[in-house]
Design a protein around this ligand. Structure first.
Ligand SMILES: Nc1ncnc2c1ncn2[C@@H]1O[C@H](COP(=O)(O)OP(=O)(O)OP(=O)(O)O)[C@@H](O)[C@H]1O
Ligand SMILES: [Mg+2]
Length: 502
């Protein structure tokens, strides 16, 4: 189904999120929408899928003007959207979620439904357990379920908003194959992203948005430099920052063993220096997150020690780690980091009121918030509720909330959801902290980010942890092989009993 946007406008207060956007999307294509954080991508897609009503403008479907004013209308026209932050799922099984919103299929028995589900998911190479609970699924699996559900509802246009954020490389391959299959069947796929490599490898055509406006449209062969220039209005060069490592040890892990079923990682030894950055690399679920949680008291070690500035905190609580100036930023920013429903200023009030004053000087916090908003280039005002910020802006707020002077900062996917320019900026901010002797350990799925910003790297493979590798002497190919379980030479492995598959 061909889609045509004509002069779409949408403002939120002062922000002109979509300004006169006109655009044609041919049926049967994988169409990319590229743009920096806050460019207006999600807004435009929410207009198409009925979640937002535009201030003006029209959408034609198959040559006829449409009347979409709710998600149900959109589904009626065959348009379904996968959101950037997955909408809440009630506690239910995969199979129950799958049949959600379907009329007339309830007469099928449970067994018949499961059989139907299995046949359907096999077509796309997905292998979800129909009886599993949705909350136990990974982000990538939830996404697969939502795609199946929408297709089963009969959508002919599938919108995916930043679908490769937070999924593993394997899941991404599966997703891309499924999308190609769907486009081959004549479905229209709209793929929203700020990741150039994803867009370049997948899309038949790409339109670039910047500051709410359409900048232009390009077709393959794509030129990365040209796309960057269109996204940001200028060229951007990536520089590898200077190391800021001092001799003093801030964190010491001694023969550490941590366990969280079904994973167990053993014999981790590390001396983290002041100002040093250590990257944790590996497939999702290989043990990086449990090591990080053990370093901040959220997971008690089974054996071994966690020593912070010479103090053994192995069995202490999160609160005690915080008192020793260890801070942690989790991956799921809307679930564990930020609180939906309250404003940016209220976040500063919550995190800033450490002396537990009874009366809070609101104006003072408002001013402080405004300073942070300026410093971190957040597009929003102190009173903006965090959930109405664009994905990248939420991440900036989460980072701006971190305390000033820290010994150790533990970060899960610090630049997930950020465009290149914002990611560079964020690392500048983090490296400034390193110069003030804060040590950083971070997890990232982006191998280039790991090698560029880490001084040393620990590689994880199904519970095995490598010895620290010097990132200056590690290549991208080498790292890629290691996270896939290849090339683990004897001297690399921290644990003696591991048998490397060379
Ligand atoms: N409900 C809302 N209320 C207020 N402002 C909003 C709302 N939704 C979006 N905005 C603002 O509109 C602008 C465009 O946001 P949008 O979410 O469309 O950007 P995006 O291109 O998807 O960015 P990202 O890559 O960060 O997800 C941003 O400045 C955002 O803060
Ligand atoms: Mg968005």
């Amino acid at each position: 189904m061909d889609i045509e946007f004509s002069e779409i406008n949408k403002s939120f207060g002062q922000v002109h999120a979509n300004a006169d956007i006109s655009l044609k999307i041919p049926g049967g294509e994988i169409f990319g929408i590229l743009g920096e954080n806050g460019a207006g991508k999600s807004t435009l897609m929410k207009v198409l899928s009925g979640y937002i009503n535009p201030d003006s403008g029209e959408i034609s479907l198959g040559g006829e003007v449409s009347h979409i004013s709710s998600p149900a209308d959109a589904i009626g026209y065959g348009i379904g959207m996968l959101h950037q932050d997955p909408l809440d799922f009630p506690p239910m099984q995969v199979i129950e979620n799958f049949v959600l919103g379907q009329k007339g299929r309830m007469i099928l028995t449970y067994k018949e439904r499961i059989k139907e589900f299995q046949t359907f998911q096999n077509k796309f190479g997905f292998s979800l357990d129909p009886r599993a609970y949705v909350e136990s699924l990974t982000v990538g699996e939830r996404q697969q379920l939502e795609i199946l559900r929408l297709l089963w509802l009969g959508v002919r246009v599938l919108i995916l908003d930043e679908p490769t954020t937070g999924i593993s490389a394997q899941q991404k391959d599966k997703l891309f194959r499924a999308l190609q299959l769907l486009a081959g069947e004549g479905k229209t796929i709209i793929f929203v992203s700020h990741k150039l490599e994803d867009v370049e490898s997948l899309c038949d055509e790409v339109v670039v948005l910047r500051k709410g406006r359409k900048v232009g449209k390009v077709s393959p062969p794509y030129k990365t430099d040209q796309l960057i220039e269109m996204m940001f209005g200028k060229q951007i060069t990536l520089l590898t920052p200077e190391p800021a490592v001092k001799e003093r040890v801030t964190l010491e892990l001694k023969d550490l063993v941590v366990e969280k079923y079904p994973l167990r990682i053993e014999d981790v030894n590390l001396q983290l220096k002041a100002g040093e950055v250590v990257g944790l690399s590996g497939m999702e679920g290989s043990g990086q997150d449990i090591l990080l949680r053990a370093c901040v008291g959220l997971l008690r070690p089974v054996a071994g020690q966690v020593i912070i500035n010479g103090k053994d905190l192995s069995h202490k609580t999160y609160l005690e780690f915080m008192q020793n100036k260890v801070s942690y930023l989790p991956a799921s920013r809307m679930e564990e980091g930020l609180v939906p429903g309250i404003s940016i200023a209220e976040h500063f009030t919550l995190t800033g009121n450490t002396d537990r004053k009874l009366f809070i000087d609101k104006e003072q916090f408002r001013q402080k918030t405004q300073e942070k908003i300026d410093e971190y280039h957040v597009i929003g005002r102190p009173e903006t509720p965090v959930e109405s910020l664009s994905g990248g802006n939420q991440q900036r707020v989460a980072l701006s909330l971190l305390k000033e002077s820290l010994n150790i900062l533990l970060l899960e996917h610090p630049t997930r959801g950020l465009d290149i320019e914002s990611a560079i900026y964020m690392w500048e901010k983090l490296k400034e902290r390193c110069k003030k002797e804060t040590s950083i350990i971070f997890i990232s799925a982006d191998l280039e980010e790991i090698l560029r910003y880490s001084d040393r790297v620990l590689v994880f493979f199904s519970g095995y942890v490598s010895k620290p590798l010097d990132s200056r002497h590690t290549s991208l190919e080498q790292l890629g092989q290691l996270i896939g379980g290849k090339g683990w030479e004897d001297e690399l492995v921290a644990k003696e009993s591991y048998e490397p598959s060379k």
